[in-house]
Design a protein around this ligand. Structure first.
Ligand SMILES: [Fe+2]
Length: 285
């Protein structure tokens, strides 16, 4: 097995990885080492990658099935595999802070796990930074695995076996209107509240902003538990803040991490990042 050259980024999770070009051909051993590193570190940053969309998609396919981006899929039925994060449109023009698309993206400033609102949620997101703001725009990450491990035994016992409803319209519509076709394409889904990594068995709870309620529980009780779990994972000391450099390719494990956008002045700076996601594994078999 090829050993990756890694430097830890935070005492709970995260690593910077050197000596690997993700845009070149990757043999099966290297891909297996990358998967192991995702299982171990949850967050991997590869600096100075000479990325293009074509290479980004090819790399995504090495890790699994690319996920069709849900906004375009929901609105038009068309499968595209990239989302653009930031305020730069495809034609290179800037969408300022009052542009609907820029506003819509502020929903990502709540702690969430990408695609937790899908019946088969995301394994990892892969994001490449092309243009980054001179200030702000960091993305914050926190681990629901270390948070789960901190819970007292009786609390672990209490939440094991519970199921949570995840609902995109619930989490997004307070921030910006959701297109009716898009909303209809994403009915609420149910996932186990506690997940286990299929390779290592490591457990974590699985909440974030899309988690709406606990199946079979009343509204207030549901909300209290989900809020407590979200808060318990995102204390100041739990957070790794990633300050993007142009050329960073980052992979994060959506099965166990929460993240949120840090916000930036969209009237002043350009921010352009391209993101793909890899499907699954299914939480319910
Ligand atoms: Fe996200």
């Amino acid at each position: 097995m090829r050993a990756l050259e890694v430097e830890p980024l935070h005492d709970q999770f995260g690593a910077r990885v050197f000596g690997i070009d993700l845009t070149g051909p990757l043999d099966d051993e290297t891909v297996a080492a990358l998967r192991d590193a995702v299982d171990e570190f949850s967050f991997l940053c590869f600096p100075n990658q000479p990325m293009t969309d074509e290479k980004h998609l090819a790399f995504t396919q090495r890790l699994g099935e690319p996920e069709a981006e849900h906004v375009t899929l929901g609105k038009t039925g068309k499968a595209v595999y990239f989302g653009t994060v930031g305020n730069v449109a495809d034609d290179g023009t800037v969408r300022r802070g009052d542009h609907p698309n820029t506003k819509y993206q502020t929903g990502n400033e709540q702690w969430h796990s990408d695609s937790s609102f899908r019946a088969v949620p995301s394994y990892v997101s892969i994001t490449h930074a092309y243009e980054v703001p001179g200030e702000g725009g960091a993305t914050e990450f926190a681990s629901m695995r270390t948070a789960y491990n901190r819970l007292p035994a009786d609390e672990k016992e209490r939440i094991d076996g519970l199921q949570a409803v995840h609902d995109y319209v619930f989490s997004r519509s307070p921030v910006a209107p959701v297109d009716p076709n898009h909303a209809a394409s994403l009915p609420p889904v149910v996932h186990p509240l506690v997940r286990r990594n299929p390779s290592t068995g490591a457990a974590n709870y699985y909440t974030g902003s899309h988690a709406r309620s606990i199946v079979g529980w009343g509204g207030i009780e549901s909300r209290r538990l989900i809020d407590d779990l979200n808060t318990g994972a995102t204390r100041e000391e739990d957070i790794y803040r990633h300050r993007w450099a142009a050329g960073d390719t980052v992979i994060w494990d959506n099965r166990c991490l929460l993240h949120r956008g840090g916000g930036y002045d969209a009237d002043k700076w350009r921010r352009r990042m391209r993101q793909t996601r890899v499907v699954g594994p299914a939480t319910v078999t």
